[in-house]
Design a protein around this ligand. Sequence first.
Ligand SMILES: Nc1ncnc2c1ncn2[C@@H]1O[C@H](COP(=O)(O)OP(=O)(O)O)[C@@H](O)[C@H]1O
Ligand SMILES: [Mg+2]
Length: 352
Amino acid sequence: MSAPPALLAGRLCICVGAGGVGKTTVAAAIARSRAARGERVAVVTIDPAPRLAATLGLDGLSGEPRRVDGAGELWAMRLDPKRTLDELIASLAADTAARDRALSNRIYRELSSAVAGSQEFSAVAKLYELDRDGAFDAIVLDTPPSRNAMDFLDAPARLTRFFDGRTLRLLLSQGAFATRLAGRASAPLLGMLGRLTGAEVLVEITAFFTAIGGMADGLAARASAVQRLLHDPATDYVLVSSPRREAAQETIEFAAHLRAAGLAPAALIVNRVHVPVETRADDATLNAVLGADLAGRVRESTGEAGRLAAADAAAIERLRAAFTDCALATVPELDGEVDDLTGLTRVAERLH
Ligand SMILES: Nc1ncnc2c1ncn2[C@@H]1O[C@H](COP(=O)(O)OP(=O)(O)O)[C@@H](O)[C@H]1O
Ligand SMILES: [Mg+2]
């Protein structure tokens, strides 16, 4: 199988695909493999599960890159969406007073929690910062398990919408805000504001726009810089797919969305592929060694594994036909979980 060169070359590598297919695992494996080749690599995950940290031999991940022991210059970090947004605001504020006004504004705190909940936004914003910092040769991003895998492409636009007040207006209009202004605010999304009187809410909203207003140009510039980064030729999209039929179909549709956005996938990784089990013994030998009962069960599960492998092979052929323009690699279903550096190495070995 041809090596997917993109996995070893792109400065930024964004792993995308449906939930549960192995994006986090593949992102970590790519990062490990590149670090093993002497690059200084950051793998950025959003996975709150401690599993990735444990796989990397760390007792946890945080918003600061942490070095993985025994893996060269491999660094791992977990996105903290709220913190990413706060840092962005802080970096755009004219001075510390302006920063504090914005960060302590109650509207900002309510909305940033809601918007920071959009992990896609934070993911690309963080990617941009890490890229600009220049501290790493390569950055591998594990994308969030969104319902819509394309959400992160929309993230820069969402950033602009948030701060130019459109998001705020939308939230406010949803809850018949006018009636609340007469009494007390009570929209669920604006929970904290619910304890304020209408007049106090107005004061907070005015303060929000005053505090954020001076940052509008900076934010718009940042949004378009992030947008450019997503479309930069040095940014590679690595599609991760399961070989199951429905998942393969989803991957094909996903790639079409990517292409429609002017982004070609650099590589397709088909993960957790079933391989046929080989039994060299013939029926008579199996019966003689195992007894008829056990031999029957062995034949049954061997047959089942064969059927799964054949189904996977057919799905892979379909994928291959749909992805003639990008490298394709398959990773077999490995025994047990991929839960340590050795497991990641086994995945990585299949990627080049
Ligand atoms: N090739 C593989 N063989 C066996 N288990 C795998 C393989 N790839 C991933 N897994 C397991 O599948 C589960 C989901 O993988 P994960 O990378 O978290 O998926 P995603 O990030 O797409 O949701 C994890 O428990 C992981 O250990
Ligand atoms: Mg994941």
